[in-house]
Each structure stands twice: as C-alpha cells, then as structure tokens.
Ligand binder design. Structure first.
Ligand code: 4NP
Length: 162
C-alpha cells in the first residue's frame, strides 16, 4: 500500500509544526486511516534539537483532546526532500528557507504553505505563538486545525499531487 508522507515545518519545531503533526495524527486515527500516512515535523533551525514540544502548546492541545509527541529536529535538506511527498511550511520565512535549499524543481513542487489549506481562516501565515500568551496558542491551534482538516480533505479527494 502506498503511503503519503507529510512533513510539517516551522522555525523551532517545538510549537506550530508539532501541533500540526499531532492534530493530523489525531484526525487520521479518528478516521481509521492511520496506515495511509507517515507524518513528521522539523524546524528550519535546530536550536531546540532533542526537546519535546513547548509545554504551553502541549497543554493547549491536551485541553482539546490530542497529544503532541514529537521531539524537535532540524530540517534536513538532503534526506527530507527525498523522504517526504509534501513539505508544509507554517510561515513565509520557513517557506523561503525551505525553498532556498530545495535541490530541484521537482522537489520544490512538494513545498506548500499550511495556510493555503485553511477553509475557515483567511490568514497569510500560521502565527508564531512562542513569545505570546495563552490566546496566541489558542489562535495558532485554531488555524493549524483548520489547515489540517482542509489538507486531509484534499488528500482524500485526490486533489493534491502527493
Ligand atoms: P515554532 O516556535 O517555530 O512554532 O516552534 C518557535 C519556537 C522557538 C523559537 C521561536 C519560535 N525561538 O526563538 O527559540
């Protein structure tokens, strides 16, 4: 069975991309389609390499019923472009950084902006909650959840080349 391999990317890989990985995993578990996907996340910086998700993000996600289990790692421009079908970035900086290390035009086609999958929020980026209060984490999760739902729908409808 062929699996779709998805990598979510933010800056530190402790807030936004772990939330995206955790919520996408939660959705596919609920739908009983976990076997169809491989889901991972990474940061364009490796500052937090080896750390679990930020405690504030873990508790906000926990309140909503899902766990964040990722351990931070840096984006690997060699292996990640070959290992994943879709590389989904959280903001314009992550997007530009990943594009700048893309090895080919073919690889570059794998890169998408997370907010392009939103159906309820009209925003240009997933906001970085790291230096914000509780409300910042809630808004980030609202946008991440909207985008994950839109992404899954597109994948299940065969609307994405992945
Ligand atoms: P993330 O958030 O990119 O969503 O994981 C951040 C985490 C850490 C830092 C910035 C953003 N930092 O500056 O350490």
């Amino acid at each position: 069975m062929s699996q779709t391999k998805i990598l979510f990317v933010c800056l530190g890989n402790i807030c936004r991309s772990p939330a995206a990985e955790g919520y996408f995993n939660y959705l596919i578990k609920q739908e009983n389609i976990k076997d169809k996907f491989i889901v991972d996340s990474a940061g364009t910086s490796a500052y937090h390499e080896g750390s679990p998700a930020d405690g504030r993000m873990m508790s906000a996600a926990g309140e909503r019923g899902y766990k964040l289990e990722s351990i931070s790692r840096g984006f690997n421009s060699k292996s990640d472009f070959s290992s994943f079908d879709l590389i989904i970035t959280m903001d314009d900086d992550n997007h530009a950084d990943v594009i700048s290390v893309s090895p080919s035009d073919e690889a570059e086609k794998k890169i998408h902006q997370m907010v392009d999958f939103c159906t309820k929020h009209d925003v240009s980026e997933v906001p970085d909650p790291y230096y914000r209060g509780v409300d910042g984490f809630e808004l980030t999760l609202d946008i991440v959840e909207d985008a994950c739902e839109g992404l899954l729908e597109k994948l299940l409808n065969g609307e994405l080349n992945a």
